[in-house]
Design a protein around this ligand. Structure first.
Ligand SMILES: Cc1cc2nc3c(=O)[nH]c(=O)nc-3n(C[C@H](O)[C@H](O)[C@H](O)COP(=O)(O)OP(=O)(O)OC[C@H]3O[C@@H](n4cnc5c(N)ncnc54)[C@H](O)[C@@H]3O)c2cc1C
Length: 404
């Protein structure tokens, strides 16, 4: 087990400062424009690709830090720059997480580079689980994948919704049911490679926040993929299904395996937004004068800032702990991954709202970034498992009971 240290090493400081520079120079100045445009920010992704931030190497380097801290450090900086642009840059990593969690080594080598492409020839990837009637209840997916033994192909039919990069991605990772009677244990993940007929974008959603990130329905109509697109392979699937049918317990489910690994990273993004709002409110409160003194000199405002900073630091510590546990293979016996995402998401909503209050009317108008940060923060209590679902995971972990 790697010893945990709160002191960042030289590599981590270099990475953090480098990503911070990109966030300050490229993301911050462009955040308002892309929030208003609500389109995929190709020039920003291209810039990130040129610098190596939108790339497989960046992701794999960050996640291979044995202390686990490099990835949350980078995500906090990107989201500090702008959460919508951060999501536009990091959306493809959800598909990578799906491939890493469920794919064989050969499948990882083949598909992961295709999630990013190269500068001048960018590719996007998407991870599609959620359906109109299956959000928190991932076990009730209706999208079906049926094996056609004659051609060694899988045929997928169904509708996915709220998918980041959905329909515009070059490569989609889709979680589908292969045996509906088995619920979550009868599901598998499939890669839908670029150019496959039968996959199309449905409705594109107009959102409250993270508007630079594309969110849409994905419709699968007799979408045929070769047998090798089943992540993990057919033999492993058949063995897993046989175990499930005989009533044996299994350690992982396709969608859950992905979410477990990505939650601390989602929390790190929430920390980045919260920090942006806290820093902005602190500076504003020192400069804004009412009744002949800076508003920060009022305990009512200074105590808000004290509470905001305390929650911010607590959120980061939970994110770092979960990231360190995941990297060092310490099991989440108390739902620590969920705790980090739950606390950081709710802290970001609270801190950004308090920042609006500290700015007063200036906090409420679009000329200032604080209202955008509040709109952006709200998604962190909803996606990748709502706050209620995180509490369920934690409650079940600490009680050992099937809390409903
Ligand atoms: C911007 C955006 C991007 C997204 N990106 C992706 C993506 O890339 N891929 C993907 O697959 N999905 C994605 N999602 C989907 C997201 O993960 C789901 O929205 C989320 O899991 C919640 O599902 P739902 O919206 O259907 O809400 P529901 O599950 O219908 O929940 C509604 C409410 O009921 C509560 N609730 C539900 N069940 C329980 C329970 N058992 N106990 C207590 N409370 C409960 C919830 O907490 C929530 O408050 C995205 C969503 C958004 C908005």
């Amino acid at each position: 087990m790697t010893d945990f240290s709160m002191a960042l090493n030289e590599d981590q400081v270099t990475l953090r400062d480098w990503v911070h520079g990109f966030a300050a120079d490229v993301l911050r100045p462009n955040a308002h424009e892309w929030d208003e445009r609500e389109e995929t920010p190709w020039p920003i992704i291209e810039e990130a690709a040129k610098l190596g931030i939108y790339s497989v190497d960046f992701l794999l380097n960050a996640v291979s830090d044995p202390t686990g801290l490099s990835f949350p450090l980078a995500l906090e900086e990107l989201a500090w720059g702008d959460a919508g642009l951060c999501m536009a840059i990091m959306g493809s990593s959800l598909a990578v997480a799906g491939i890493m969690a469920n794919g064989t080594r050969d499948q990882q080598m083949e598909w992961i580079p295709q999630c990013y492409g190269a500068p001048g020839d960018l590719k996007l990837a998407a991870f599609a689980v959620t359906e109109p009637d299956a959000g928190s209840d991932v076990s009730s997916l209706r999208t079906r994948a049926i094996y056609d033994a004659a051609t060694d192909e899988w045929v997928l039919n169904g509708t996915k919704t709220w998918i980041t990069n959905g329909g515009i991605a070059n490569l989609h990772v889709v979680v589908a049911s292969v045996d509906p009677e088995l619920g979550a244990r009868g599901q598998a993940s499939f890669v839908i490679p670029e150019g496959t007929p039968g996959i199309a974008q449905g409705q594109k959603f107009s959102k409250m926040g993270i508007r630079a990130s594309h969110t849409a329905e994905v419709v699968l109509t007799d979408c045929r993929v070769p047998g090798r697109c089943l992540l993990g392979g057919k033999e492993a699937l058949d063995e897993r299904l046989a175990r499930a049918r005989s009533g044996q317990r299994s350690s992982s489910q396709a969608a859950m395996a992905t979410f477990e690994s990505t939650r601390p990273g989602v929390g790190a993004q929430a920390v980045g937004i919260a920090r942006a709002a806290y820093e902005y409110a602190l500076e504003y409160a020192k400069g804004r004068k009412q009744f002949g003194r800076a508003i920060v000199e009022n305990q009512a405002i200074a105590f808000k800032l004290a509470d905001m900073r305390t929650r911010l630091d607590a959120a980061r510590l939970l994110v770092w702990r979960a990231s360190w546990m995941a990297a060092t293979h310490v099991p989440f016996t108390g739902g620590e991954g969920s705790m980090s995402k739950l606390f950081a998401g709710e802290a970001a909503v609270h801190i950004t709202e308090e920042a609006i209050q500290i700015l007063g009317g200036y906090g409420y108008v679009r000329e200032y970034p604080v209202e955008r940060w509040h709109r952006d923060a709200k998604i962190y209590t909803i996606f990748e498992g709502t706050s209620e679902i995180q509490r369920l995971v934690i409650a079940r972990s600490i009680t050992g009971m099937r809390i409903k």
